[in-house]
Structures are given as C-alpha cells and as structure tokens.
Design a protein around this ligand. Structure first.
Ligand SMILES: [Fe+2]
Length: 185
C-alpha cells in the first residue's frame, strides 16, 4: 500500500486550506474595495464543489465514516458532527454561488458573498482541525490493516470513476493558483 488513507485525506486538507486562505484574502479585498473578483470566486466555488465535495468529502462520507461507525460505535457522534459541518459548508457555497451573478450591480450581493466566504473559511478551518486531530487519529486506532487496504482501494475508485482522470491534478494546480493569485489589486 502506498500511503495510508488518513494520510491521503490530510494531504487533501492542505489543498483545501490553500483555497480557504484565498477566500480569506478575498473577504479582506471585498471589504476594502467593495468589489468582488467574480472570476476568482467562481474558481473557488468550482474547487469546493468538484474537489472538496466531489472528491474529498465523497471519500470521507462514503468510505471512511461508514468504516469508522462499523468499527467503533463511539465514533458515531463525531461522524454526525462532521456530516453536519459538510452540509453547513455546502449551504454557504450555495449562498455564494447564488449571489455571484449580481455582484457588479448589487451591494447586498457583494456582502452576501463576503459573509459566506468568511463563514465557509472559518467553518472549514475548525472542521479540518477536528478531523486531523481527533477523527483521523481515532480512525488510525480503530481500523486494521485490512480495513485500511480496502479504504485505499475505494479512494482510488472514487478518484477514477467519480471525479475522472486528470481532475485531481487540475484542482491541485488550481488550489496553488488561487492561493498565489493576485494578492494586490
Ligand atoms: Fe476532510
């Protein structure tokens, strides 16, 4: 086996946090200039829906969380909190996406985008901390080698079948581009 499934998820968290950092910079820029860089925010929404939800959260929700619940009933509470936080994140992204077409002409839409980018960023930082420091160590304790091998195989299948070849690389590059993108404007 190459790397452990929880290590794969930790590496993906690093990419998600690059985009979270870009979101925080965008919030500061919107508050400073009362202008939204709609192209960059659309890229953030795309990253979040395709990579964070389509790939990363799919691995957690469909593979890791059920395995955890199966091995340790005590994990059920933590898993349900993680699921609720994934949903809260999706709701924030829906609000951003819904307001985005009106940001040129509507100050309330600009505020909605800034507010929900900020909410999403704050939520994801706390959420990722919990997964990295509580949930993944729990998974490392509860799941045996055979579980881990099955998880790794199912992660690969999700990457190939659900998100498609090359998608991972493309979004890896997008996360770097967003983080390193125009800090000044
Ligand atoms: Fe995660």
């Amino acid at each position: 086996m190459s790397e452990s499934p929880t290590l794969t998820l930790r590496h993906e968290h690093e990419l998600v946090l690059m985009v979270v950092e870009a979101m925080e910079h965008e919030v500061a820029a919107i508050e400073r200039d009362d202008r939204v860089d709609a192209g960059r925010v659309a890229d953030m929404v795309d990253f979040t829906r395709t990579f964070t939800d389509g790939c990363h959260h799919a691995k957690e929700e469909r593979v890791l969380f059920p395995a955890l619940e199966q091995r340790g009933p005590a994990a059920a509470g933590a898993v349900s909190v993680m699921l609720a936080e994934h949903d809260a994140g999706r709701e924030a992204v829906r609000a951003i996406d819904g307001a985005l077409p009106r940001v040129e002409t509507d100050a309330a839409a600009r505020r909605t985008v800034a507010e929900h980018l900020g909410l999403y960023a704050q939520l994801l930082r706390l959420h990722i901390n919990k997964e990295n420091n509580v949930l993944f160590p729990l998974a490392d304790r509860l799941l045996g080698d055979a579980d881990m091998q099955r998880l790794a195989a199912e992660f690969e299948r999700i990457e190939e079948e659900e998100t498609g070849a090359g998608v991972h690389e493309r979004y890896h590059a997008l996360a770097h581009a967003l983080r390193d993108g125009p800090a000044e404007r």
